[in-house]
Structures are given as C-alpha cells and as structure tokens.
Design a protein around this ligand. Structure first.
Ligand code: FES
Length: 107
C-alpha cells in the first residue's frame, strides 16, 4: 500500500499507508491528521484540504487540472509553487513516499 507522510505545522511526521484509488485527503481524514479540514468532502469547492507538497517528492505528481488550479487561488494560507488540493491527489503506487506539509490554517 502506498505510504504518504503528513508533516504537521509543528514538524511532527506521520507515515500512513493509504489505499490506492483513494486520495491524499481521505488518507488524512481517516487517520485524524490535524489541519486537513476537507469541508466539502472532496468536491473541489472548499480549498480546506490544501497541502504543500514537499520539494523532494513534488515531481511524482501530474500537474493540477484547471478546476484545482483555480481553487488554489482561494486557500487560507498563501499559495506556493508546490500547493495542491489533497482531495485531487489520487493515491497510486507512483505516489509511494509522497510527503505533504499541512498549512498553518485552512479557513
Ligand atoms: S475537500 Fe474541499 S476542495 Fe478538497
């Protein structure tokens, strides 16, 4: 099962096995990762599942689609080059080892 590492604002790291076919957001919510709110439950409407993908693993991702790209302009914490909506990151074997950082706030 692909392993995703979630890094909290305080630097705490949690490595979670997330089933392929789900999302990085669901891996966080089902495992009580602080700071991933996901108010719209993955419908690309809230931007409260914002994460900063670690520079060392960002190259594993496909570019954001237009709907994700548009919504990233409305995150509570500033958008960065590695910002993504975790509900739009479908977990696959290619993402094994992905590292994401949780922003200071989501709303
Ligand atoms: S959960 Fe709402 S945009 Fe991702």
């Amino acid at each position: 099962m692909p392993e995703i590492t979630y890094v909290g604002v305080d630097g705490t790291r949690r490595r979670i096995d997330v089933p392929a076919g789900t999302s990085v957001m669901r891996g966080a919510v089902f495992n009580d990762i602080d700071g991933i709110v996901a108010q719209c439950a993955g419908n690309a409407q809230c931007a409260t599942c914002h994460v900063y993908v670690d520079d060392t693993t960002v190259d594993r991702l496909e570019p954001a689609r237009p709907d994700e790209d548009d919504l990233l302009d409305f995150t509570a914490c500033p958008r960065r080059p590695t910002s993504r909506l975790s509900c739009r990151l479908t977990v696959t074997a290619a993402l094994d080892g992905l590292i994401v950082h949780v922003p200071e706030r989501q709303k």
